[in-house]
Design a protein around this ligand. Structure first.
Ligand code: GRF
Length: 210
């Protein structure tokens, strides 16, 4: 099966997915995910994650909004590249652009995102800082199917982390990312193995609504 990944930043989640799709890594405790990451797309030419893709000989595409007259044209171009790979799954891994309705609808049921909060709490940006300012004692991350809203769409899996009084946003980011690197490959594996489906905007794992 084929996976396309979209990134904007450091790409640590991309790196984890690459590692989980390759059998060559000795630290694998489970079978590799039965899929190839066939392309990595970014809107950010200096996204650190591009290096992980290049090291793994994965095709990369840089698609910048500034090169297009409007968002619709930008999304069309992005979609065209994605569709040219006929992917089974499209993974947003720190992709920092809001996608148009047409884009999301064209990929409905095979587009997933990871968001660094316990959704539906803390949609949007700067989640770690906002969690600290609200004196939360618990935080986390959510993998969800993407629908046309902002960080909405059925949640598939969440991981929680504690928040300690002495934490800052950097420490919290790392604590959350550690969990992301556990749950994102797991969800991708479920999807690739045909265990995860979206029907009428409800997520199902092994036929049971999540
Ligand atoms: C992650 O925390 C993810 O939840 C958010 O963006 C961050 C991406 O990190 N959407 P990385 O680029 O995978 O390191």
């Amino acid at each position: 099966k084929k996976i396309v990944v979209l990134i904007s930043g450091s790409g640590s989640n991309l790196k984890t997915l690459i590692d989980n799709c390759q059998e060559t890594h000795s630290f694998h405790v489970s079978e590799p995910i039965n899929a190839n990451i066939c392309a990595v797309l970014t809107n950010n030419p200096s996204a650190g994650g591009l290096e992980f893709a290049r090291e793994a000989n994965i095709n990369t595409h840089i698609v910048k909004q500034a090169d297009f007259a409007n968002r619709a044209l930008f999304d069309e171009a992005l979609l065209e590249i994605i569709q040219s790979y006929s992917p089974d799954l499209v993974v947003l891994a720190g992709y920092m652009r809001i996608l148009s309705e047409q884009f999301v609808e064209a990929l409905s049921g095979k587009l997933i995102n990871i968001h660094p909060s316990l959704l539906p709490k803390y949609k949007g940006l700067d989640t770690h800082q906002r969690v600290l300012e609200a004196n939360e004692t618990e935080h986390g991350t959510s993998v969800h199917f993407v629908d046309t809203g902002l960080d909405s769409g059925p949640v598939i899996l969440q991981a929680k982390v504690p928040v300690f009084p002495e934490d800052d946003a950097d420490i919290l980011t790392e604590r959350v990312k550690y969990q992301e690197h556990q749950i994102y490959p797991l969800v991708v594996r479920w999807f690739i193995d045909g265990r995860l489906k979206l029907e009428n905007n409800v997520a199902y794992l092994d036929g049971l609504a999540l």
